[in-house]
Design a protein around this ligand. Structure first.
Ligand code: UDX
Ligand code: UDX
Length: 479
């Protein structure tokens, strides 16, 4: 048995909610999909005629929006109307790490999940399936359920209420930059829930484009924990390969060769073993911190330390890169121009959340460098916001003497050649395709000698860089 679903709404039009619902609308043309967000500017951007101005850059997204928008895909800030008409509601709001109070620095801040749940409790009518799409701590479904039940209880005091809810967990595994492909051809779909009828209702929707054997149904807690664990495993692979990258640099081994050799073992696999300046993105750090909080709460201190080390290696890798740049440039960046190529946390996205570029560039600025930044998709406002926040922490944590001392500066450029002009060094931090085909002869002519190239993603043509007269350092190699 399943319920007939005609109207779906999703609260949160972000990197997860937006692309997920664009694919739902495309695959389910007979269902009306409303994507809601409190942020009116964001909704206006989703409704912008000019598809270049959508709030999120994701390959293939604008095409789907163009095809389905205002047919069965709508973007709106009217929570009351859209929630009341929905048979199924996805909660896809942000759940950042708490910055103060109990669990600060580790636990997720659920204030937005809570406020959405309250809106759902208030406006929903009849039977509604409420689905957690946001990554949340294990047992959040219980919190949502208690909140919804208490609303019904209170309303029933005054009148007969025909309102009921089922809660499901349906975590999203899309990776930014590849979101549309991940949503159209997922490795698996995970649905956690106790109410079989609701589980089936969601499963049937996915079966329109996902083979049944790829849909895994579990209890609620397994589903919630699997999302945290999957992200922790992925992050652990990157910290593992990054720890090996440092050994390569000291021994003469090459990280590319080691990755190829170990990845050829099918038990290990060749994906997710590229060394990098560290992992970023909105999920990995936050989800591991969540896992650590869960372990400590349950007195599993050794387990908690195990996962903490994945984060420690990530921080160490970022510091290693900035320290090395300073060392190669005679121990000082004072009045030196450092060109930074790439600020997004990975290629093919305009997202900068937790990007390793933030800490690395901030370190260079603290060393008084003049940093020139170029990223093909990231807006300069995002870069300024991230760096201002980061450097504010630095200023707050230092004593009066250091607070007075002047930091370096940064500027963002739209032309890559402006970054090369008079630069003492170029640091590649994101693996954008266009950086793979840079004309290094031209760059070399524009730079100030002795000039360096630091490639933290191992993407450039080493021979060409060296032949152009530039000094080269590549992460995980001893050149
Ligand atoms: C996702 C996941 O949902 C989250 O679990 C994960 O941990 C981080 O990534 P994402 O879509 O990337 O979130 O977040 P974001 O791009 O910040 O979008 C969230 C949206 O929800 C924002 O547009 C925000 O305005 C909106 N929001 C937030 C609401 O509409 N209502 C709220 O109460 C809070
Ligand atoms: C991740 C998960 O992959 C996804 O399943 C989950 O839903 C959300 O979190 P995302 O953060 O969007 O997705 O990107 P991902 O491709 O996982 O990359 C995360 C970080 O790891 C990036 O900074 C990337 O550069 C880095 N990375 C990835 C490496 O350093 N090496 C690799 O081999 C792969």
């Amino acid at each position: 048995m399943s319920l007939k679903i005609k109207n779906i709404c999703c609260i949160g039009a972000g990197y997860v909610g937006g692309p997920s619902m664009a694919v739902f609308a495309d695959k389910l043309p007979n269902i009306k999909i409303n994507v809601l967000d409190l942020n009116k500017e964001r909704i206006a951007a989703w409704n912008n005629e000019d598809l270049e101005k959508l709030p999120i850059y994701e390959p293939g997204l604008s095409k789907l929006v163009e095809k389905n928008r205002n047919k069965n895909l709508f973007f709106s800030s009217d929570l009351e109307k859209n929630i009341s008409e929905a048979d199924m509601i996805f909660i896809s709001v942000n759940t950042p790490t708490k910055t103060s109070g109990l669990g600060a620095g580790q636990a997720s801040d659920l204030r937005w999940v809570e406020s959405c749940t309250r809106a759902v409790a208030k406006y929903a009518k009849n039977h509604t399936i409420v689905i957690e799409k946001s990554t949340i701590p294990v047992k959040t479904a219980e919190l949502i359920k208690n909140l919804l039940d208490s609303y019904i209880k209170k309303e029933q005091k005054y009148a007969k209420v025909h309102k009921s809810f089922s809660i499901l967990s349906n975590p999203e595994f899309l990776a930014e930059g590849n979101a549309i492909n991940d949503l159209e051809f997922p490795d698996r779909i995970l649905i956690g829930g106790e109410d079989i009828e609701s589980v089936d209702s969601l499963k049937i929707l996915y079966e329109h484009w996902v083979p049944t054997e790829k849909i895994i149904c579990t209890n609620l807690w397994s589903s919630e924990l699997s999302k945290l664990a999957a992200n922790a495993f992925l992050a652990q692979r990157i910290s593992s390969i990054n720890s090996i990258s440092a050994i390569c640099e000291s021994t003469g081994a090459s990280i590319d060769e080691v990755s190829l050799a170990i990845g050829a073992d099918t038990r290990i696999g060749n994906k997710f073993i590229s060394s990098s300046p560290g992992f970023g993105g909105s999920c990995f750090k936050k989800d591991i911190l969540n896992l650590i909080y869960l372990c400590d709460f349950n007195s599993l201190f050794e387990v908690s330390k195990y996962w903490q080390n994945v984060l420690t290696i990530n921080e160490w890798q970022k510091k290693r890169v900035s320290k090395l740049i300073v060392e190669k440039l005679f121990g000082t960046l004072y009045e030196k121009k450092i060109g930074v190529l790439g600020f997004a946390f990975k290629a093919n996205t305009n997202d900068t959340r937790e990007s390793p570029a933030i800490d690395i560039v901030a370190d260079l600025i603290v060393e008084k460098a003049q940093v020139a930044i170029y990223d093909p998709k990231v807006q300069k406002e995002s870069i300024n916001m991230e760096l201002n926040n980061n450097l504010q922490n630095f200023k707050n944590s230092k004593n009066d003497y250091l607070q007075d001392s002047k930091l370096g500066e940064w500027a963002c450029y739209e032309e890559i050649d402006d970054v090369f002009k008079n630069a003492d060094a170029i640091v590649i931090l994101t693996e954008w395709d266009e950086f793979k085909t840079i004309d290094w002869n031209n760059a070399s002519n524009l730079m100030r000698y002795p000039a360096w190239v630091f490639d933290t993603r191992s993407i450039i043509n080493e021979k060409e860089v060296k032949e152009s007269g530039l000094n080269l350092w590549v992460l995980g190699k001893s050149l």
